[in-house]
Design a protein around this ligand. Structure first.
Ligand SMILES: [Zn+2]
Length: 194
């Protein structure tokens, strides 16, 4: 166990030096500052949802493959700017207080959505993700380069409640490895990427 994780969340924060790498680690100890990616692409489902180039291509592939298994997913949140995350987070703090908001919403600069590599998905026709579809994603998303970034088992490490709808692109090889090893990306990054 890395000693850093024993520290309180949002302490000893470092600024990320490689925000443009597809394997970038963003968490409660690592901030993107006001970084914005320069290769965002609109998703075909709805132009307002954007991901970085490789993530966008992989996502379209994932959606199409899922359909063949009768899993109909669609994005409801993808890239979010620092400014937009500030609005989102502040609204949650106002509603639930900071301690609770911190368990499900990232502080500005700390959201994976700001990398342009994370996308939240819903089951088509629903305002959430059906359990069977979440299960399908947990088993199959890694084949297309995505990991389920926040799971119940890893809440103590990530600081976030389970988010079966939040997909993070890291590329096929790493996604498979993270999934097979059953590690949080925070753990995996420390062990194999850093
Ligand atoms: Zn998300």
């Amino acid at each position: 166990m890395d000693k850093k994780r024993k520290k309180n969340f949002y302490t000893n924060i470092e600024t990320i030096k490689n925000p443009d790498t597809y394997t970038v680690l963003v968490n409660k100890y690592r901030s993107l500052g006001k970084y914005a990616p320069n290769d965002l692409q609109s998703l075909s489902f709805n132009k307002k949802y954007q991901l970085r180039e490789k993530a966008a291509i992989a996502f379209e592939k994932l959606v199409n493959i899922a359909k063949k298994d009768h899993v109909f997913i669609r994005p409801y949140s993808a890239y979010r700017s620092f400014k937009y995350q500030t609005k989102v987070y502040n609204a949650y703090v106002k509603k639930d207080g900071q301690d609770k908001a911190d368990t499900y919403s990232a502080r500005p600069g700390h959201s994976e959505h700001q990398t342009g590599l994370a996308v939240d998905v819903w089951t088509e026709g629903h305002e959430n993700i059906l359990e069977k579809d979440a299960k399908w994603l947990a088993e199959n998303a890694n084949k297309y380069g995505f990991i389920i970034r926040y799971t119940k088992e890893k809440q103590a490490i990530t600081g976030y409640i389970a988010e079966p709808w939040h997909l993070r692109y890291v590329g096929q090889k790493i996604a498979k490895d993270v999934t097979n090893k059953n590690l949080s990306y925070d753990e995996y990054y420390e062990l194999y990427i850093k």
